[in-house]
Ligand binder design. Structure first.
Ligand SMILES: CC(C)(COP(=O)(O)OP(=O)(O)OC[C@H]1O[C@@H](n2cnc3c(N)ncnc32)[C@H](O)[C@@H]1OP(=O)(O)O)[C@@H](O)C(=O)NCCC(=O)NCCS
Length: 196
């Protein structure tokens, strides 16, 4: 993962003008804008394949938001989409969702990924998700270390995945405010990995 410019400290100061919103279903333009801000290396780390362009069917799938099943948070920096975090529930296991996150290269290492994961955790927990599974390439050391630091452990049923408890990732809410939950029940069936 690329991060800071040579000589720049980590962590750098927080970014003014950062806002996290939810992606509207069908908003392929935002998904494409973030994809186009990823370097070839970041695309490889995120999609685990070299994808120079994003086919329209994949864009539609990535923008196919469904409440309580596939939720996408967008980081907007002064209105520009610079990152996405998504979770998608595993059919057959209501308590489990796959998570994936990406931040455009020119603002990586500024806390946007962390903020996105916090939002994803909050919405996932409200929907009854207890654990995330993250498929992070073995060579993606920085992100694997980050995930382990957040409490991730290797998933016994799926050695390619890290299991990350959701509750500790939820940022503290200001006193007196309660987040509103989304009631959702997914039918029980065999565990099938969703496609992120
Ligand atoms: C992974 C990714 C989303 C992180 O986004 P980001 O905005 O750069 O991340 P942040 O600045 O919030 O940093 C997140 C964590 O990464 C680690 N990190 C990031 N940059 C770092 C650096 N230069 N040195 C050390 N640790 C660093 C830290 O652990 C940090 O957590 P902390 O600040 O709470 O300690 C982004 O780098 C990316 O899009 N990478 C390519 C796609 C990918 O690998 N996705 C993950 C698999 S789905």
């Amino acid at each position: 993962m690329t991060c800071c410019l040579p000589g720049q400290d980590y962590p750098p100061p927080p970014l003014p003008g950062l806002r996290i919103a939810e992606l509207e279903s069908g908003d392929t333009a935002t998904v494409l804008a973030v994809f186009e801000g990823l370097s070839a290396h970041s695309r490889y780390l995120r999609f685990q394949t070299g994808v120079p362009t994003m086919p329209i069917r994949n864009l539609r799938r990535l923008a196919d938001v469904q409440s309580g099943r596939h939720v996408v948070h967008v980081a907007l920096l002064r209105g520009r989409p610079v990152g996405l975090a998504r979770w998608i529930r595993f059919p057959g296991d209501q308590s489990l969702a796959e998570i994936a996150v990406e931040v455009v290269d020119d603002v990586q290492g500024r806390g946007i990924g962390r903020a996105l994961v916090g939002h994803a955790a909050r919405s996932a927990r409200a929907a009854g998700v207890e654990n995330f599974l993250a498929y992070i390439a073995v060579g993606n050391r920085l992100v694997r270390d980050w995930a382990r630091g957040l409490g991730a452990v290797t998933e016994p049923d799926d050695v390619g995945a890290l299991r990350l408890p959701v509750a500790p990732l939820v940022p503290a809410t200001p006193a007196g405010r309660r987040s509103r939950g989304m009631a959702f029940r997914w039918p029980q069936s065999r565990r099938v990995r969703p496609r992120l």
